[in-house]
Ligand binder design. Structure first.
Ligand code: UFG
Length: 319
């Protein structure tokens, strides 16, 4: 069974990917400092509690396990927070990725999959295809773009095969109920809005109703986290099958406004989403949707808001 090192495997997308790796017959080994992830999410292989910035620990892991691939999720991921503590973002994201790349190249350069973001594009000046100019508007986006550069240069110089996956809005939860989204504090629209509908959270603050969109609220491309997870397993297979590497948007190709999300939640739960109208949240672009390749859209098992919302409400009812 091939061993895949998963950094940040105790987090939201990382843990769902570990489940998908295991289902595909691969053995995830997680390194996570548990700063935002949870020990109980690591169910499909060992957890090494530690930091990707710890080079000694990385060397030990590469010596102990026959690592056949690396998936690098570990990162700080809040756009707003990155504006107030940028150096923390550059250390956790950029410096740690540099450290990881040094360890990877020192240990045979197994293929690498990197969690990047549509935040690397900045304000859209056209469809956000993979060749759209990258001009981030916050330190989080810059940190991810710097990591992309580090990886591309390493690939060029050392023959590392790498896939850079740019996520749009990850949402939903494991349909089997083994995992869920549990950020603390939660800032994401769908869990907050579902909680507002079910009465487990306060009324949702709708940030901005005067955007240049059809209903005035922001549009995002929400992709089910289990579909994101499967896309990592496929990307790994492509790299292990000899692909030299690629950059790929991971979205569904369809955008939904905040108002449409609230309508969909009301339709699924049978309860209106209690909400209040607030001013815009700083740093929010009006619309971010992914033109996605045929292979990405063909791989979606849970397209559409209903599947996402059902997977979230199912867990909340069980909790
Ligand atoms: N929103 C609200 N009220 C809330 C929370 C969100 O109205 O309480 C709105 C936001 O203003 C935005 C939309 O819902 O228009 C989606 O917001 P999220 O916070 O759920 O997601 P973001 O699009 O802000 O962030 C996501 C990822 C980031 C990534 C970013 C890229 O969570 O990690 O996309 O732009 F960097």
């Amino acid at each position: 069974m091939s061993t895949i090192l998963v950094t940040g495997g105790a987090g939201f997308i990382g843990s769902h990917t570990c489940k998908a790796l295991s289902a595909a017959g691969l053995q995830p080994v997680v390194i996570d400092n548990l700063s935002t992830g949870f020990r109980h999410n690591v169910k499909w292989g060992p957890l090494i509690e530690g930091d990707v910035g710890d080079r000694t620990l990385l060397n030990q892991i590469f010596l102990e396990y026959p690592v056949a691939g690396v998936i690098h999720f570990a990162a700080s991921t809040y756009v707003g927070e990155s504006m107030s503590v940028p150096l923390q973002y550059y250390r956790n994201n950029v410096a740690a990725t540099l450290n990881l790349l040094e360890a990877i190249t020192a240990h045979g350069s197994p293929p690498l999959i990197f969690s990047s973001s549509c935040a690397t594009y900045g304000i859209p000046v056209g469809p956000l295809a993979e060749d759209h100019p990258q001009n981030p508007v916050n330190p989080y986006g810059w940190s991810k773009l710097m990591c992309e550069r580090l990886i591309l240069d390493t690939a060029m110089a050392h023959g590392l095969r790498a896939a850079i996956l740019r996520y749009f809005n990850a949402a939903g939860a494991d349909p089997d109920g083994e995992l869920r989204e549990e950020h603390d504090p939660e800032t994401h629209l769908i869990p907050l809005a579902v909680g507002a509908a079910l009465g487990t959270r306060p009324p949702l603050k709708v940030f901005g109703t005067d955007y240049p969109t059809p209903d005035g609220t922001c549009i995002r491309d929400y992709i089910h986290v289990s579909d994101l997870a499967s896309a990592h397993v496929r990307a790994l297979g492509e790299l292990q099958g000899g692909s030299p590497g690629f950059i790929r948007n991971l979205g569904t190709g369809r955008g939904h406004s905040v108002a449409q999300v609230l309508e969909a939640i009301a339709a699924v739960t049978g309860r209106p989403v209690a909400h209040e109208l607030h001013p815009r949240r700083p740093g929010d672009p009006p619309a971010l949707t992914a033109p996605v390749s045929e292979e990405v859209s063909a791989g979606l098992r849970f397209p559409g808001l209903s599947a996402i919302i059902n997977s979230v409400t199912g867990r909340l009812h069980d909790a």
